[in-house]
Design a protein around this ligand. Sequence first.
Ligand SMILES: Cc1cc2nc3c(=O)[nH]c(=O)nc-3n(C[C@H](O)[C@H](O)[C@H](O)COP(=O)(O)OP(=O)(O)OC[C@H]3O[C@@H](n4cnc5c(N)ncnc54)[C@H](O)[C@@H]3O)c2cc1C
Length: 371
Amino acid sequence: MRVSIAGAGLGGLALAQGLRGAGIEAAVYERDPAITARFQGYRLVLNPAGLEAVRGCLPSRWHPLLDAIVGDAYGERLILDPRLNTIGELGPGRTGTVVDRHVLRHLLLTGLTVHTGAALTGYGVLGEGKVDARFAQGDPVTSDLLVGADGVNSAVRATLAPRTAPTDTGVRFVIGRTTLTERFSGLSKAFGSKIAGDGVSLLLGAMRFRTPPKEAAERLAPEVTLPDVRDYVRWAMILPPNGSLGASTPQEAALSRMDGWHPELRALVEQSDPDNSTLLSIRVVEPGERWAPGPVTLLGDAIHATSPTGGNGANTALRDADLLRRCLIEAAEGRRDLVGAVGEYERQMFEYGAEAVQHSLDALPAYVPQP
Ligand SMILES: Cc1cc2nc3c(=O)[nH]c(=O)nc-3n(C[C@H](O)[C@H](O)[C@H](O)COP(=O)(O)OP(=O)(O)OC[C@H]3O[C@@H](n4cnc5c(N)ncnc54)[C@H](O)[C@@H]3O)c2cc1C
């Protein structure tokens, strides 16, 4: 069995690792010219099921490394004013494990065949259950299964489920990260909390690695090369509806809305890494339209993109990868046919994927700024 995967995000890479571990041929095609071509290094909270899914896809010899490069999620879950006075509570929230997306991606990439600069433009279903994936450059690639793990604007989805499209919530946010020094440790009350400003909300989260990733890889799995990343604070400022940066940098845009704020909060934004800050919009994809199972399927944000406020997009993409991996292993071992395996994956994925999107939309109002 040969599987082509469009998209080297967490979902596509986890699936490719899982298939590689089972001896199933899988190649990943990524549109970006390089894995590090754009900002991707934010912190993710993985729930126990998401972490288990990653473990399921990774060779067991790397499990100790995975345990070493994560951190424990914690947060005060308060609502604070810009001077850091407590004015309310966010209520029970997410506990779990924090992981840096950039670091996890590097672990997942190890040993895989990833073709970068390979933007999928479409596909054609051939006879005998095969599929041809087409790219902006280069020859088509024939395989038994094409998996669209190509994110919220999925080119695979555009053909497979053309009536399913992203919805823009209108919510925009600026995200950045700042090295977690002794000084910023003093802001711990604000970690996992919401700072409610004038028309904006600021959210902070700490990424404290149990072991610095590069050192952990050198010690626990020398065949893996991980980036040299130190502890940091991820900050995200949710802007008024449809907010934009204008001519400002992300940092300038955030600081322009922080007059009179606590000096340590301003310093945190001032000292952030300009290469790791950007403006993002919140768009969701609600899975609805079904198709007959065949040699093309979707996973992750390509079919169920959530709002980051739900904290479940990566968890769900990883769950997809692990589930599809298990279904495809059954097909490779002759316990079911390929179409039956893909159909079983889609049956389960559609149900929990729709729930994940709804959950994330329910969580959104607690974080968006009050007018
Ligand atoms: C700031 C922020 C915080 C978040 N926090 C959390 C959290 O705490 N917990 C959580 O569970 N989730 C969180 N999420 C959501 C999570 O990051 C995503 O749901 C998850 O990364 C989706 O993975 P994916 O593999 O489906 O897609 P993506 O990560 O979007 O990967 C898709 C890949 O496909 C590539 N691609 C696109 N088009 C093509 C094409 N035509 N051909 C080839 N390749 C293509 C893209 O370049 C990309 O590499 C957060 C998201 C953001 C933005």
